[in-house]
Design a protein. Structure first.
Length: 764
């Protein structure tokens, strides 16, 4: 019969388990799918396995009945509940773990004892996760605030009680003799945990104010006219009336018109939003998809059209190159249905989102002709990097919220091509090696019907007499009868491109770039589609420059540049273009909308009102460095705990390994027995054996080891012993090993603690 104490411990542990798995049922912030199958598993089968492991264990019942009952229950549950479909693995794993953990708690002996407390660690992790769910979102926090304090109290109490139950179950022999000391130790540990929770949990972890925001309908901020916002230009203050360069021509988004400033800003206004309200400015309505990746989960191009007659500041780009094609995604894989897809194997796509802890340097050096290394500085509202091709070095992104929303800044060195028509006109064509290397960018996997249509179109545009570059120029020139309109859409399927070329002849930069890339491939020219932003002097109206001047006055990093080498990039400058491969010159950015008819009827997004954040100079405070003492102490504590846990894991793992190896009769087994004995003696406080001492010399200092030393020496150095004699000597050695371990074991609770927690045996 089991004693009352063990029965109490068993059912206390079972109640602790039921509390842990029952909290998600009534916790409003935890969403757990407790369907019928899972309820049977957690609330019926797991307790049943616990009862089998506890009540049917040997010696009262046989080993076969004990393990057979557990395996039989598992098999029946798979047949009845899962039908060998659904969560089979979960049913097997959970029931096996329930049986094994109960055996470990109530039947473990020797080296397996310390591993029992891994169960308490799992319980602690579970309660931490439950508390974390209480703060996962505002609505969850509001719903669970009434019970969060209770969960915290339950968590601490249950974990401590569980630890005490585990200890009494495993080390409960002689409880009455040690009860006072054990109770004092338990109370000390409980107090230490309470103090640690009070020190390291945030002050508002349990009780905190809730502020619910209607995120679906954020309030529109007020647009403020920037009438008196500094004097950054020769014309005087930044005026908000509808003054503009009325003599300038309209310049379209992405249009390659760099012949002067002030394109299309007639009637354009410069407006501002307080920086603290910038997040509710409605970026999705502004036509930018910069807040998300340029490719969806399938690698397709994504974007959004212009939904509001305003353009919002995205970044400030500073550099001596004009224009600057700042890319964030390269689309080189051609799908016969969806069109150009994100190139998964292109490292430049990873660079846009890669976390850098030091300056990144391109391992592939660029040997293309007519390229110059240009430094470009970015001050951005987006965490994504936009880099000119070909990036050679990129500094880590710096997060600095002083100039919010321009929180991110980084600089890059890019080898930007300076070649033009004169150089490209001398290109003969691809050689065989280039054709092999660039084969993926020459693939045109489309249906026969589409190929026939595109071949007909291409035959009317180019002829066999045209040179390599002339074929590209002819494809772009053919767009002169096409209408270029606003927007940046994600509809770039093959069917849509065919309709664009033959029917509508009307589209935004996406249609032009994808069409040009597809036609270039059919003409034997490697090509791909690139998305990002275009920074160009031809897109900087007078109001763009006034906005730059306003930002420069309050943003210190911009004050190292002149206005002439900075570009205010807005949501209207989101762009898509084509890159083609020029033999000898590498990949070249091609502006596919250069010859198209510009937007008409005031539909040019670059002429809409410009909105920038108002960053008040008095809010830009000098930050004083304060040493993060608490964070440092927490980090040191984590390192200490991790190091200590690792040391104990290594210690007990090594003991288990030596125990397993020592069961043989080889020299390796003999050494394992010797090492195991030295480790046990060290744990009991024996002096560490000097490396220079033999086993007999060490035994000379400790007479109780003499017989073990004689047996060990005989087996170690008398290799010609007969098999039966050697087996007998090994048996004597193991008996002597056990006698020495028992005779040298410390008595009392203090001796137990020292034996369990010492690390002296790691010296061997």
């Amino acid at each position: 019969m089991f004693s009352r104490r063990y029965l109490l411990l068993f059912y206390t542990r079972l109640c602790i388990y039921l509390v842990a798995v029952g909290i998600p049922i009534f916790h409003p912030a935890v969403v757990v799918s407790y369907d019928a199958l899972i309820r049977w598993l957690w609330f019926l089968l797991v307790p049943a396995q616990m009862h089998i492991a506890f009540f049917l264990s040997p010696p009262k019942f046989s080993w076969k009945l004990w393990t057979g009952a557990s395996a039989g229950l598992t098999a029946v549950s798979l047949i009845v509940f899962t039908g060998f479909t659904g969560p089979i693995g979960l049913f097997l794993l959970v029931q096996t773990a329930a049986f094994a953990s109960t055996v470990l708690v109530f039947r473990s002996r020797g080296l397996l004892r310390p591993f029992v407390f891994a169960e308490m660690l799992l319980l602690l992790v579970l309660f931490i996760r439950l508390l974390g769910f209480s703060r996962a979102a505002e609505e969850f926090a509001a719903a669970s605030s009434a019970i969060t304090q209770g969960i915290l109290a339950i968590s601490l109490g249950v974990v401590l009680l569980h630890g005490f139950v585990l200890y009494l179950s495993v080390y409960g022999e002689g409880l009455r003799k040690r009860s006072g000391r054990e109770l004092a130790l338990f109370l000390t540990i409980a107090a230490a945990i309470g103090v640690a929770a009070a020190m390291f949990l945030p002050a508002d972890f349990v009780k905190h104010s809730i502020s619910l925001n209607d995120l679906k309908n954020p309030p529109d901020p007020d647009f403020l006219p920037l009438d008196e916002y500094g004097e950054g230009l020769e014309d005087g203050n930044l005026l908000s009336d509808r003054q503009g360069n009325r003599d300038g021509r309209d310049g379209g988004e992405g249009g390659n018109r760099n012949d002067g400033e002030g394109d299309g800003d007639a009637g354009q206004r410069l407006q501002g939003i307080p920086a603290e309200q910038w997040e509710s400015r409605g970026r999705s309505r502004s036509g930018s998809n910069a807040d998300s990746e340029s490719g969806d989960e399938g690698g397709r191009q994504t974007g959004s059209g212009e939904g509001e007659d305003k353009q919002y500041a995205v970044m400030v780009v500073a550099g001596k190159q004009d224009p600057i094609y700042a890319a964030d995604a390269y689309f080189g894989d051609l799908d016969p249905e969806h069109g150009f897809l994100l190139s998964r194997d292109n490292p430049l796509n990873e660079l846009a989102y890669l976390r850098l802890i030091e300056t990144w340097e391109n391992p592939a050096k660029n040997f293309d002709l007519s390229r110059e290394i240009k430094e470009v500085f970015f001050l951005s509202t987006e965490s994504v990097r936009f880099l000119p091709y070909d990036p050679q070095a990129v500094q880590p992104t710096v997060l600095n919220r002083i100039y919010h929303p321009f929180d991110f800044s980084y600089a890059s060195l890019s080898a930007i091509s300076q070649a033009g028509e004169a150089e490209f006109g001398r290109i003969i064509g691809l050689n065989e090696r280039e054709r092999q290397l660039l084969a993926p960018y020459l693939e045109v996997e489309i249906t026969a019907a589409v190929r026939e249509k595109l071949s007909t179109y291409l035959g009317a545009v180019i002829s066999d007499e045209l040179s390599y570059y002339e074929r590209i120029a002819a494809i772009i020139q053919a767009f002169s009868t096409f209408q270029y309109n606003i927007g940046f859409t994600d509809e770039v399927s093959i069917d849509h491109i065919v309709r664009f070329l033959f029917e509508t002849k009307d589209g935004d930069c996406s249609e032009f770039s994808n069409s040009a890339a597809l036609l270039a491939r059919m003409a034997g020219i490697p090509s791909r589609v690139v998305t990002g932003y275009l920074a160009s002097s031809g897109l900087q109206t007078r109001m763009h420059k006034r906005g730059l001047a306003a930002l420069q006055e309050v943003i210190q990093p911009l004050q190292q540049f002149s206005l002439d080498e900075m570009y205010l990039v807005t949501t209207a400058h989101r762009h898509s273009w084509t890159q083609v491969y020029m033999p000898g010159y590498g990949w070249i950015d091609i502006e596919t909308t250069a010859t198209a008819m510009p937007p008409v009827g005031g539909l040019n997004p670059n002429s809409t009102d410009i909105v920038i954040p108002i960053i008040e100079p008095e809010n830009v405070l000098e930050r004083k460095f304060e040493f993060p003492w608490l964070l440092t102490l927490q980090a040191l504590l984590v390192l200490m705990v991790a190091g200590t846990a690792g040391a104990y894991a290594y210690r007990y793992g090594r003991l288990v390994y030596l125990k397993a190896v020592s069961r043989g009769e080889s020299v390796r087994s003999l050494r394992a027995i010797y090492s195991l004995l030295l480790a046990r003696l060290a744990a009991e406080g024996y002096p560490i054996k000097p490396v220079s001492h033999t086993v007999k010399e060490y035994a000379g200092e400790h007479p109780e080891l003499e017989h073990f030393a004689e047996l060990y020496t005989t087996l170690r150095y008398r290799q010609r012993l007969k098999a039966d004699k050697r087996e007998l000597e090994f048996q004597k050695l193991r008996v002597e090993y056990r006698n020495v371990v028992e005779s040298t074991k410390r008595s009392g609770f203090t001796g137990l603690l020292k034996r369990v927690f010492t690390l002296r045996d790691l010296r061997y």
